[in-house]
Design a protein around this ligand. Structure first.
Ligand code: COA
Length: 320
């Protein structure tokens, strides 16, 4: 028994912000951003929330799968930008969609959040504990950016994506997951002051800080490695894979991975141009877009790979 994706959904905020829009509020240009990242625009929340977008994506995924909220046993949301410290985004989504029989909690794994959530749901399903799960990646990183740091804030966007997964004979064939906490200081957001009256603290709210070139080096080294690892675990070769769905962090990272794996870039669908880096939401948004275009045929082999803060990275190989 394994885990099959039977439905997908996504939700994008209305407000589109182009590189030219950013150039009106900071010293940057479409040429600089696009040539280094492949991003032309991103969508940023105004009235939307992490919970609202996650719930919207979940509704669409349930409709797409033909699954009722009562059938869902487990809800896991990969996010680092929930609306509240607690309750978890997953519990807030549970209430909104009426998944009264589910257990719900979040996973914090940066941009690997959706993938790690999917792999966790898979472990439960494979072991027979649960049969049907809702897995979500949802972020509003715009509220956690330093909008004076032009080298980082231009990269990110907001959004949510979701998948309904169910026990089935075909689906996930292999997973691999890694963390390196010791290397995590290249991408951090402390963003939490202390309100403890017994502690003298000058901690102030802080925003995302990234050493871009270090993160770039980490990604182009580790992503091809873990993709190869998951393909080997599944007993397949790189040529057997029909699609590589990578976290949409940077077009140049995706190009480098395709080169290192010696696989045509045509097998690496992207949408970073329109959404920027939506962190944990990027893989499920891309998955949903492709699913709704009927891109995948039954039996297609798909490798998904996420990487980001932690540091965390991993890959999942599945048969569609
Ligand atoms: N617009 C215009 N100029 C900018 C700019 C912007 N938005 N941001 C930085 N610059 C300038 C810098 O100030 C610097 O100028 P200087 O040479 O006069 O000092 C110059 O551009 C080069 O900056 P640098 O940081 O060396 O650029 P880079 O080529 O390394 O590209 C990133 C920066 C962030 C695009 C790149 O490192 C990257 O994509 N890293 C990976 C980040 C990522 O994917 N993170 C998420 C992982 S989940």
């Amino acid at each position: 028994m394994t885990t099959r994706i039977i439905g997908t959904g996504s939700s994008i905020p209305n407000r589109k912000v182009t590189n030219d829009d950013l150039a009106k509020i900071m010293d940057t240009s479409d040429e600089w951003i696009y040539s280094r990242t492949g991003i032309h625009s991103r969508h940023l929340v105004e009235q939307e929330t992490t919970t609202g977008m996650a719930s919207d994506a979940a509704q669409k995924a349930m409709e797409n799968a033909g699954v009722s909220p009562e059938e869902i046993d487990l809800i896991i949301v990969g996010t680092v930008s929930g609306d509240m410290c607690y309750p978890s985004t997953a519990c807030l989504v549970q209430a909104k969609i009426g998944a009264v029989n589910a257990v719900a909690y979040d996973i914090s794994a940066g941009c690997s959040g959706f993938l790690f959530a999917l792999n966790t749901a898979h472990a439960y399903i494979q072991s027979g504990i649960y049969q049907c799960a809702l897995v979500i990646g949802a972020e509003t990183l715009s509220k956690m950016m330093d909008w004076n740091d032009r080298s980082t804030c231009v990269l990110f966007g907001d959004g949510a994506g979701a998948a309904i997964v169910k026990a089935n004979n075909a689906g996930i064939r292999a997973i691999t997951q890694h963390s390196d906490g010791a290397g995590g200081d290249v991408l951090v957001c402390s963003n939490r002051g202390s309100n403890n009256p017994f502690v003298t603290s000058d901690t102030k709210l802080d925003y995302t800080k990234m050493e871009g070139q270090e993160v770039f080096k980490f990604a182009v080294k580790m992503v091809p490695k873990c993709v190869q690892e998951v393909i080997e675990k599944a007993g397949l070769s790189v040529d057997d894979v029909d699609y590589f769905l990578l976290h949409q962090a940077n077009k140049r990272i995706i190009e480098s991975v395709s080169k290192r794996l010696k696989v045509s870039l045509d097998k690496f669908p992207t949408n970073i141009e329109h959404y920027g880096n939506t962190s944990a939401a990027s893989i499920p948004i891309l998955l949903d877009e492709l699913n709704r275009k009927n891109t995948f045929q039954k039996g297609d082999i798909i490798v998904m790979s996420g990487f980001g803060a932690g540091l965390t990275w991993g890959a999942t190989l599945l048969e569609w």
